[in-house]
Design a protein around this ligand. Sequence first.
Ligand code: PLP
Length: 323
Amino acid sequence: MNSIPRLRFAHLPTPVEHLPRLSAVLGGPKLLIKRDDQTGLALGGNKTRKLEFLVAEAQANGARTLVSAGALQSNHCRQTAAVAAKYGLECILVLNGASPLVPTGNYLLDHLFGAQVVLVTERADRDRVFKETFDQAWADGKRPYLVPYGGSSPTGALGYAFAVQEFLSQGFHADWMVFGTSSGGTQAGLVLGQRVFGYTGKVLGISIDESQAWLKTHVSALAAEASERLGERIEFGPQDVLATDAYCAAGYGVLTNLEREAVRLFAKHEGILLDPVYTGRAAGGMIDLIRTGFFKQEETILFWNTGGQPALFAEKYQAHLLE
Ligand SMILES: *Cc1c(COP(=O)(O)O)cnc(C)c1O
């Protein structure tokens, strides 16, 4: 397993902390938090673990440019831009959204890291422009490496397989791991790590934007493919993936009372920051599941704080967090 190309820039292991005050306020099970918002690269987040493997692969391929895509406030793109700066690579980002009056949040940081940004107004055009941008970079001799949406290739997913090993080595017990899931790489890695490293609890993804059916199919396929990089293929099926899409009806990046309440509860009772798009929604879902008795009172839940805090300061969200 040690022969998989990997760079080491994340600050690992990330801490595990107890959330006793939040637990008491919710009258619920014991809560732990895994501080993957503290992975150390440019304000942290879950993409850093994936990028340790992705950038190693890019370098092995002789790449000189990282090309990726996402929403205007993409945390993934911000971390990709930062790692490109760190390793002297060019970075081109295709971002969808309305051109902001003032660059804020992740979008501001992308520029500080020197990324070249291609804006597309319509999300529907993003796939096409992403591909065109990549092809153009090839034609221009930039030796691009394509970092997929969310860094969720089999290579990227490995970051979260090893994150399970890391958690198990930290000496805590958790019956559940709960986190926000979107492009599926985090969940695929956790599901793979669960199997490979023998985590006996359950891994529950709270969907940010995708359907449960899509996540079960996509995450299991990604986990199986990622397993090949560890040695031999392990089969995963939809039944191996636990995900709920009960909390994403409002749509990607739409702030509702669910996210607002979660962000405020974590801040007010634990001094911990969540973000409006991902961890706010995931924690909101987890809080609802606690209130409706989904978890047993004697169980312990580990919430992965996957980062995203720069979006708190994005033009699109900052004015609406206190509503
Ligand atoms: C990207 C992201 C996620 C979702 O991870 P995936 O691997 O895309 O499913 C969760 N939280 C934050 C803060 C993110 O930026």
